[in-house]
Design a protein around this ligand. Sequence first.
Ligand SMILES: O=C(CO)[C@@H](O)[C@H](O)[C@H](O)[C@H](O)COP(=O)(O)O
Length: 460
Amino acid sequence: MSSISKLSASGFANSATNSRPTTRSSQQPMCCVDLRKRTAGFGNPISSSKLTVGTNHPIKASLVVRCSKNDGNGSTVKKTTLHDLYEKEGQSPWYDNLCRPVTDLIPLIESGVRGVTSNPARKMLHVPTFCWLSLIEQFLFCMNTNIPESNINFKELVQSGKDIESAYWELVVKDIQDACKLFEAIYDETDGADGYVSVEVSPRLADDTENTIEAAKWLHKWVNRSNVYIKIPATAPCIPSIKEVIALGISVNVTLIFSLARYEAVIDAYLDGLEASGLDDLSRVTSVASFFVSRVDSLVDKMLEKIGTPEALDLRGKAANAQAGLAYQLYQKKFSGPRWEALVKKGAKKQRLLWASTSVKNPAYPDTLYVAPLIGPDTVSTMPDQALLAFLDHGSVARTIDSNVSEAEGIYSALEKLGIDWGYVGSQLELEGVDSFKKSFDSLLDSLQEKANTLKLVSL
Ligand SMILES: O=C(CO)[C@@H](O)[C@H](O)[C@H](O)[C@H](O)COP(=O)(O)O
C-alpha cells in the first residue's frame, strides 16, 4: 500500500472510537429559518439562480447546485454530512470563500455551513486551470460583464474623489455586513458561539503592532455587527495587537498560524487579553485560531523529496495533520486548569481551533485529507468549494483529531529526526503567507485603480 493510501486507510483518517455523545443528533438542522427573508433590505438582492460570477465558476456552481438540491423551498431541509459534523461531533463547518453575491450563501447555510471566512487576496488554486476569485475580483468581473456588481456605486465613489483603498473598504464592508445578516440566526441560536463572518485588516500592516490595533478598532466599528471576526495575522509584531484588541472586547480570528510555538503565543495573547479586559461579562468576546494545514505538507513534502530516502518519502502527506493533532492537544491543555477556570467564571469562551488551508494541493492525496482526519469538538473547519463539495459527497463523520495522538507524536518527531526543522517550516510559511497576501492586496488595488481611471475617462 502506498504511503498515501495508508494515510486514508489508517493514519489520521482512522475511524474514531471516542465519539462525543450528542444531545442534538436527532434534532432538525439548527438553521431552518427562511433565509431568503433575511436578504430583504439588501437593496438589490441578486437571485442565486441568476447567472453570476459565482455560479459561472465551475466548482462554485456545482457546490451551489448541490446545496440548492437540499433546499426544500419550504419543506423539510435534508440533513447533510455538514449537519452531522456539527450535531454529532461538535465541529462547525464554515465556507472558505465569501462570495458575491452573498445570497449564494443561502443554499450553503441550509446545507449546514455555519460561518464564513474571507480573504482580500486572490487565492491561486494549485491546479492550473482556474483560480478562486476574491471579492474584489468578483466585483471587477461583474463590472466588466455588466452583471449588477454591488449596491455600492463604485463609479460614484470614484467620482466623489474617494481614494482607491477607501473605495475598496466600502465595497468589502458592505459584503461583510450582508453576510453577517445571513449568519445572524446561527449566532443568536448559539448565544454568540458560532455564525461568524471574518474580515481581515490590511495585510500591509502585518509587521505593525499599533496600526493593526487601530485598523481592527476602525473595521470593527464600521462593520458594526456582533458576529464579525476581525482577522489579524499571527506574526510576532501582531501578537501584542491580538491581546490589546481582545482586551477591548473585539472578537478576533487569528490567522496564518503555521507552528505549535506560535500557536501557543496566540492562545496566551487571547488569555492575556481576556484578563486585561475590564469587562465583567466576557461571554461576547470570542476568538478562533486559524491553523493552516495543507501548506505545511506542501513545504515539508518538498523537503522530504530532497532527502529522498524511503523513510522520508513514506512521511509525505503526514506532517500537516500530525502537527494539527498536536495543536489540538495544546488547545486542551491551555484551556483547562485554574487560570482558565477563573476566566470561565466571568463567562469566557474557549478560543476555538479553526483548520484553514483545507483544500488538497497534491491531487494524489485523498480529497478530504485535511478535513476528515481533523474532526473534533469545539473546532471549526473552513472549507473552500472543492473541499466542501468532497465532504458533502463522501465525507465520513467521526471524531478523528485525537484518535491516535501517539501516532501524531511519532510522525512529528520522526520528521525532526530526519532534519525537518519545525521552526524553519513555521517561519518560512508565515513569510510566504504574509508576502502573498500583501502582493495580492496590492495587485487588487492596482486593478481597482485601473478600473477607476477608465471610469473617470468615460465620464470626462
Ligand atoms: O480566514 C481564513 C483563515 O483565518 C482562511 O480564509 C484562510 O485564509 C484560507 O483558508 C487560506 O488562505 C487558504 O489557503 P490555501 O488553501 O491557499 O493554502
